[in-house]
Design a protein around this ligand. Structure first.
Ligand SMILES: Cc1cc2nc3c(=O)[nH]c(=O)nc-3n(C[C@H](O)[C@H](O)[C@H](O)COP(=O)(O)OP(=O)(O)OC[C@H]3O[C@@H](n4cnc5c(N)ncnc54)[C@H](O)[C@@H]3O)c2cc1C
Ligand SMILES: *[C@@H]1O[C@H](CO)[C@@H](O)[C@H](O)[C@H]1NC(C)=O
Ligand SMILES: *[C@@H]1O[C@H](CO)[C@@H](O)[C@H](O)[C@H]1NC(C)=O
Ligand SMILES: *[C@@H]1O[C@H](CO)[C@@H](O)[C@H](O)[C@H]1NC(C)=O
Ligand SMILES: *[C@@H]1O[C@H](CO)[C@@H](O)[C@H](O)[C@H]1NC(C)=O
Ligand SMILES: *[C@@H]1O[C@H](CO)[C@@H](O)[C@H](O)[C@H]1NC(C)=O
Ligand SMILES: *[C@@H]1O[C@H](CO)[C@@H](O)[C@H](O)[C@H]1NC(C)=O
Ligand SMILES: *[C@@H]1O[C@H](CO)[C@@H](O)[C@H](O)[C@H]1NC(C)=O
Length: 506
């Protein structure tokens, strides 16, 4: 009996010791490499281990699932000192108090789709992943969702009620990241961006205090969270507006190289539509180019509210000879279910700029991109995509007229966001791809600047880590964001300790 007790005690001590007795300065080995444990991380990991069970250390069986497999871009795989999966806002409050008292660096992960290292993961610090926040509550005209959910989860929960929310266009994008940076959805042209449809945020501030931010409670923070990303606090619940949209009319169209100029022309025409009472409709519009086979193609994934088949707003695309064209009437859930974006497919660099719609220039940009891809055809696993996103005047008008606004402050003008999304296989090509992508996009944007077509607007969801989205927001909005930041995060917890992502300089 005595032996048994002694044994249990030592077993317990051993289990705790995995993290608790790991000293600052010792070398920690992870599946991706090794690092020297800092004082802050040693302190935070041991305090978390004492407060909660289930803290994942680099030795835990679940470490790789959390530090690697949960990320979309292979570049985002890093080696945290320990991983905490909180289940309640109180646990997040407590963790933030620990990070502060230990001066420990940390990262926060929602859906794990932000694609660059440090935005949602951390080497040698604490990773807090929100996957346990999966509550959904459907109300008559809103839905309350946890930051551990994907947009597919939200569409699935709303389907039985015939309601739709304004979120991500593909299946597994996370609710929190997309809502906090803006949110391009098919129906922006009528209902605004995802951020414009958040009615209330439950937030844990840097000092652990929990607040609700909405039109009547902390309205300044409410505004700042509409596009202000991870600069203000950790959101533990989003309350989103929903709409009566039981059915959607969809179209999948693929065009060969001969159709690409007409395809890009149709993109320029659809963004210019500005009906007083718009039909909600939008798309994912991409051009793919295979530098080995020299084959280029374009694809349209279009969705429109209602049941008119084929969807009327895509008529200009439907006039182009296509190699594939599938029209359907379905639900948002059913549509999203087939649009998975598998994690860990490749390393990816984004680069993006914004312009006024001009078909001739857009076509010349596409051609210059395709020629430039040929110069890097030898890169292993090359996966180049030219992406366009549309920001019609009517989408911006929602924030201009809803009495709340957002940090973007976009004027009611049509814009096209054009992006190079470049995938590749090997870390040794990281610097080459970044240099290629940056130089190309800056050179082509300079032509737009000269022609008076360029806008400084940069969307965080399409940008490379080297870009500065805040420089493209109106100066007075950035000044207001800084003021709000200094009152809600006076200690700089979300700049100094949680430093990854697009950070507002203070
Ligand atoms: C394949 C793909 C498709 C995409 N499609 C779209 C699209 O259709 N529309 C669109 O607008 N964008 C799209 N994006 C961009 C996407 O919106 C961003 O990558 C977004 O950050 C993803 O959110 P997440 O929760 O998955 O990200 P995460 O990487 O988990 O988080 C993004 C950032 O937000 C922070 N964060 C996460 N949760 C919280 C929280 N609860 N509180 C505070 N901060 C938090 C993280 O720390 C991180 O800095 C796409 C991206 C990819 C890779
Ligand atoms: C580890 O993963 C297993 C299987 O998914 C799960 O049952 C267990 O709860 C996880 N442990 C922790 C600490 O998260
Ligand atoms: C706004 O916050 C207040 C205070 O917490 C809360 O009582 C109210 O229900 C919230 N409003 C919405 C729309 O969530
Ligand atoms: C189709 O293109 C024409 C210009 O060729 C434009 O006037 C029209 O608005 C476009 N229609 C749609 C639905 O995009
Ligand atoms: C492109 O597709 C169209 C429509 O199917 C076809 O008429 C045309 O010949 C194709 N062009 C090439 C170069 O394959
Ligand atoms: C068309 O929609 C129906 C109803 O949701 C669905 O069952 C079917 O799989 C869809 N077909 C295609 C090709 O997407
Ligand atoms: C390009 O084509 C080659 C040869 O068919 C194939 O192996 C490769 O996967 C393709 N690349 C892309 C990005 O589709
Ligand atoms: C936490 O920060 C908020 C915002 O700065 C402040 O209002 C609140 O008083 C702080 N709470 C504590 C306990 O310091």
């Amino acid at each position: 009996m005595k032996d048994l007790v002694a044994f249990s005690i030592s077993a317990l001590a051993l289990a705790e010791s995995v993290i608790a007795t790991t000293q600052a300065g010792s070398t920690v080995t992870t599946p991706l490499g090794s690092f020297e444990l800092t004082k802050g991380a040693a302190c935070a990991c041991s305090k978390l281990s004492r407060a909660y069970s289930g803290i994942i250390s680099p030795k835990s069986a679940n470490y790789t699932a959390q530090a690697v497999n949960a990320y979309w871009d292979v570049r985002a795989d890093l080696s945290p000192a320990c991983i905490f999966l909180p289940s309640t806002a109180d646990e997040i409050s407590k963790a933030l108090e620990i990070f502060q008292s230990c001066d420990a660096q940390f990262a926060v992960r929602g859906g794990g789709h932000m694609n660059y290292p440090g935005s949602n993961n951390i080497d040698g610090g604490v990773l807090m992943a929100l996957e346990k926040f999966v509550k959904v509550k459907v109300n008559a005209e809103s839905v309350e969702v946890g930051p551990g959910l994907t947009w597919y989860d939200v569409y699935e929960a709303l389907e039985p009620y015939g309601r739709a929310a304004i979120g991500g266009r593909l299946k597994t994008i996370g609710v929190p990241g997309l809502s906090l940076i803006g949110g391009f959805h098919y129906f922006n042209n009528k209902y605004g961006y995802a951020m414009d449809n958040v009615l209330s945020y439950d937030v844990v501030l840097g000092n652990g205090t929990q607040v609700m931010a909405n039109k009547t409670s902390h309205p300044d923070l409410f505004w700042a969270l509409k596009g202000g990303a991870n600069n203000y606090g950790i959101v533990t619940k989003f309350t989103l507006k929903t709409y009566d949209i039981p059915k959607v009319s969809t179209t999948i169209q693929v065009f060969n190289e001969s159709g690409i100029p007409e395809f890009l022309t149709a993109v320029c025409n659809i963004v210019k539509l500005d009906d007083e009472d718009p039909i909600a409709a939008g798309m994912v519009a991409t051009v793919q180019y295979n530098a080995t086979t020299k084959v280029a193609s374009a694809s349209l994934l279009g969705v429109q509210e209602g049941i008119s088949k084929p969807p009327s707003q895509f008529a200009n695309f439907s006039d182009i000879p296509a190699t594939t064209r599938i029209n359907n009437v379905t639900t948002m859930k059913q549509w999203a279910s087939s649009l998975d974006t598998p994690k860990q497919m490749f390393r990816v660099m984004f680069s993006h700029k914004t312009m006024k719609p001009d078909q001739d220039v857009l076509i010349s940009i596409y051609k210059a991109w395709k020629d430039a891809v040929d110069e890097i055809a030898d890169v292993e696993g090359l996966y180049p995509t030219f992406v366009t996103n549309v920001a019609p005047a009517s989408a911006a008008r929602v924030a201009l007229t809803n009495g709340v606004g957002n940090v973007w402050g976009l004027e009611a003008e049509p814009y096209i966001l054009w992006q190079f999304s470049t995938g590749w296989a090997l870390a040794q090509d990281d610097l080459r791809i970044e240099a290629w992508s940056r130089q190309l996009i800056e050179r082509l944007n300079a032509i737009n600047v000269e022609k008076g077509l360029a806008s400084d607007f940069i969307y965080m969801g399409d940008a490379g880590e080297w870009q500065d989205p805040f420089a493209g927001f109106p100066g007075e909005n950035v000044a207001r964001m800084r003021k709000i930041k200094s009152s809600y995060d006076p200690l700089g917890v979300f700049s100094r300790l949680n430093w990854g992502g697009f950070k507002l300089s203070v």
